[in-house]
Design a protein around this ligand. Structure first.
Ligand code: AMP
Length: 216
């Protein structure tokens, strides 16, 4: 299964990708996650990306395409993958098509998770994740079962993203509408686009995505 989870920041792509990858044993390819790792490791890519990410802008296409190209060749992608946060521009989508064509692969579905901007801002400003395993939580919508112990790995450290401040979130949403939403007609014209209601709760969204995958 090769899937793109598509939608604005905070729509639940990361949460759904984590759940589906655990269930289907596919690789979770989150460019945002890879870039945050590069920033915290102080690599050359991380140094290039840090300021751009902090102000909510998009990292240059050649950087993210390079990262994804390298990942697609790893054995962990052998059972398929879920792309989370990539592609985000038409150039990235075209580069992905080219990379997959060269490998004789194709995308099975592009699932668009639809959420209004007002709810996105509310969701993003309350979210945090386990510092150890990355499991996601939210102050209001998804608390850990035992207070400050991670449900998945038992870790007790949690982090909030630097770019989840409200002004940065608004910038990220503007960039989504200007640069990423134009990809919707691109995938629609290829017959790949499948929308789901991202305003529903986490379990309902997962169930809706599973129904889309059932018919593949
Ligand atoms: P995310 O975790 O997907 O919300 O991504 C966090 C930040 O990483 C974004 O606001 C961008 O600055 C950067 N980023 C992640 N994926 C991409 C991408 N495909 N193209 C450009 N920038 C990206």
């Amino acid at each position: 299964m090769r899937l793109i989870l598509f939608g604005p920041p905070g729509c639940g792509k990361g949460t759904q990708a984590q759940l589906l990858c655990r269930e289907f044993k596919t690789a979770h390819l989150s460019t945002g996650g890879m870039l945050r790792e590069a920033v915290s490791n102080g690599t050359e890519i991380g140094l290039r990306a840090k300021e751009i990410m902090e102000c909510g802008a998009l990292v240059p296409d050649d950087v993210v395409v390079g990262i994804i190209s390298e990942r697609l060749d790893r054995p962990e992608c052998g059972y398929g993958f879920i792309l989370d946060g990539f592609p985000r521009t038409v150039v990235q989508a075209e580069s992905l098509d080219k990379l997959l064509r060269e490998k004789g692969l194709k995308i099975d579905r592009v699932v668009e998770i639809k959420v209004t901007d007002e709810l996105l801002i509310e969701r993003i400003s309350g979210r945090f994740s386990c510092s150890n395993c990355g499991a996601s939580y939210h102050d209001r919508f998804k608390q850990a079962k035992q207070g400050n112990v991670c449900d998945v790995c038992g870790g007790t450290g949690f982090t909030r993203r630097e770019d989840d401040k409200e002004t940065t979130v608004r910038e990220r949403l503007n960039n989504y509408h200007a640069q990423t939403a134009p990809l919707l007609p691109y995938y629609h014209s290829k017959g790949l686009l499948a929308p789901v209601d991202g305003m529903a709760n986490i379990e309902e969204v997962t169930a809706a995505i599973r129904r889309i995958l059932d018919v593949l």
